[in-house]
Design a protein around this ligand. Sequence first.
Ligand SMILES: Nc1ncnc2c1ncn2[C@@H]1O[C@H](COP(=O)(O)OP(=O)(O)OP(=O)(O)O)[C@@H](O)[C@H]1O
Ligand SMILES: [Mg+2]
Length: 413
Amino acid sequence: VRAKTAELRRALGDVQQSLDARLRAEEEKDAMRRQLANVQKLESIGRLAGAVAHDFNNVLQAILGYSELALGQVPEDHTLRSVIEEIQKSALRSSNLTRQLQAFARRQPMSPQPVDIKASIEGMSSLLCRLLGNDIRLEWVPEPGVGAVLLDPGQIDQVVVNLCINARDALAGSGTIRIEARNVRLSPAEAARIQEIAPGDFIQLTIRDNGPGIPAEIQDRIFDPFFTTKPSDKGTGLGLAIVYAIVRQNGGGIRVESEPGQGAAFHIFLPRCDGEPQADPLPDTLPSPGSHKTILLADDEESVLLTTRHMLEKLGYQVHPVVRPHEALAFLERQADEIDLLLTDVDMPGMSGPELARQMRRRQPDLRCLFMTGHAFDFLGEQAPELAACGCLPKPFTTQVLARHVNEALTKT
Ligand SMILES: Nc1ncnc2c1ncn2[C@@H]1O[C@H](COP(=O)(O)OP(=O)(O)OP(=O)(O)O)[C@@H](O)[C@H]1O
Ligand SMILES: [Mg+2]
C-alpha cells in the first residue's frame, strides 16, 4: 500500500506539474494575445490619425489664413485684435497636437531644439486655464533661472496638457494644480532610480494635484497604452503612454509620487541643455518689394487656395491660383513667360501634386517646386524620389513660415 501511495503521489505531482506548465503557457498566450491586440489597436489609431489629421490640417490652414486676413483689416488699437490672435494661437496649438499624435502613432523622429521651459509654459497658460475651467486653481511656480531642454517644441505642450487634463479629471470639479519647474543635478544613484537615465543636469518639471491620488495597485500600469480607469467615452488610456514616449525619446525619465487621499505628483526629468532657446522665426525673410516672382498655386481646397493666395500677394508675389491640377497644365500651355515656382498641394483629385510637378517639368525642366501637405510623414521620399530635393511645407502654416519656405525654394541652387 505504501509503495502504491508513493507511486500515486508521484503521479499526482507529475499531473500537477504539467497542469502548471499548461496554465503558464495559457497565461503567456493570453499576454501575447493582449499585446497583439494593443499593437493592432495602435496601428489602426495610426491610420485613423493620418486620415483625420490630413483633413484637419486643411481646416486649420483655413482658420489660420482667415484670421490673418481678418487681422490685416482690423485697426492696430482695436480690441478684436487680441481675440483674433487667440484664434490663431489656438489653431497653431491644435496643429501641434495633431503632429504629436501622428508622431506617436508613426514613431516619427521629431526635430528637437532648445526650448525655454518657462516661456513655453507661460505661452500655454491661457489654453490651460480654459481646459481646466473656473473651479480649478492653477499655480505656476518656476524657480528663477530655470534652464532650457532639448525637445520638439510641440512636445512640451503635449506633456503638460496631458498631465494637467489627468489632474483635472482626478480633481473632478475643484482643487488645485501646481506646476513647478526647477534645475536639478542627479547623482548616478538618483538617476538610476528614475528609469536608469544618465546622471547629470536636468530640468525637473512637476505637475501636482490635490485629488484622490493613484491607487497603489494600478501605479505600475498607468503608463501602459490603453490603460484607463475612465469610461470609454472619456479616456482612451493613451495620455500617459504618449507622455512616457516623449520623455523617454528625449533621454528623460518620470517619477510618480502618490499617497491615497494626498493627490498625485508627476515629476518629469528632462536633460538640461545650454544652447540658446530659439525665438520664433521673424519675418526677416520677406521678399524685397521688387521681387515680383510668379507663383502657380494649386490646391483643391478653395479656402486654403484663397487664404494662401492672399498671404503670397501680401508678400509681394504674383499668384495664379488653380483649384484643379489640369488647370495648372492648361495655364502653362497658355503662358508665354515661365513661372518661377509651383506651390502645390499633394493630395488632389485627379492628379497628385508630385505628378503635376513631373508633368510641368516636362515643359519647364528647371521648374522650382514646393509641396504643401496635411500629412506628417515624408511622402516625397516614398512617392517621388526625384522630387525629394523639393521643399515640403506642412499645413497649417502662417505667413511667416510660408515666406521662409517660398524664399528658400526660390533661392535654392
Ligand atoms: N493625477 C492623477 N490622479 C489620479 N489618477 C490618475 C492621475 N493621472 C492619471 N491617473 C490614472 O491613470 C490612468 C491612465 O491615464 P492616461 O492619461 O494614460 O489615460 P486616461 O486619462 O484615462 O485617458 P486619455 O488620457 O487617453 O484621455 C487614468 O485613467 C487614471 O486612472
Ligand atoms: Mg489622460
